[in-house]
Design a protein around this ligand. Sequence first.
Ligand SMILES: [Ca+2]
Length: 309
Amino acid sequence: MSILNTLSQSLQISVFSAIAIGTTTLYPLAAEAATFNIGGLRFSEAAGDFRLTDGFVQNGTAVLFQEVFGPNVDLSIAIQGMRNLGIAGFRLESVVTNSTGTPWTFYDHELQEVFGVPSPEQDGLSFGQGLRSARPFTSDRFSRVDEVTDVRDFVNFSNGVVNPGETVSFRYVITDLVANNLFYIRQRPNFAPGGTGFVEVPPLPVEPPQPVEPPQPVEPPQPVEPSPPAEPPVPPQPVEPSPPVEPTEPSPPVKPTEPSPPPVSPPIEPDAGDNSTPTAVPEPATVLALLMSSILSRRYLRRAPSSNI
Ligand SMILES: [Ca+2]
């Protein structure tokens, strides 16, 4: 068994159990920086326009959350504590949210013992170089992993895209056989290996906002014609007393009307067919005159003296 394999087994046993029992603590060092204690390892913002947002230990892996704003996407994280913990390495899951306006088609990770200086071969710091059991390194948005086309300690992910607003995760292993107490992880979105450097990725076209249909015009309410002013009440006219009624003169008495003469019966015409001689029939007036004359004669005879006869 080679020294590397022995070291690999030692890392599997001691390193990851050490960070698994640690705690996660946030240390706000300054207004523009944040530090997370993850399993006894201290992660701090060192350079670039990004922010550490959370961190914890999960299944023996240190999980670190970050949000990248830009425009400076040359990002460095300072890590301390490996020597104090007595470990030679640990598993890391780096979870990064793209809050820039540009899609990411590459994502590069690099280790540095000295800030800004690539890690050489003999300094003991690497991504678990030769540790096959820790591979493959994976990402949930990139399918290609390159760590052989450059002379530095790097892991470059490609063949995928992380659009603005999306989050990507990377899983890999870091070892330091010399166990320096401080080193750096440099991360660069859209940085390609092999001397290419940063690639220009056009930002996503911003979709024009959907035209907002203007609201339907609201017909103004029909003007309400003012009602004519109410006529003022008419005061009642005083009622003049009617003049007293003068007594009327009594009407003259109605003269009795004279009785109309009795109807006169027309004389009865003699029957034209009777050729006999009419008989004398005394008229009623003649009879009455004779009767009256008789009566008067009798009275006169009674009063006349008997001698004159
Ligand atoms: Ca190295």
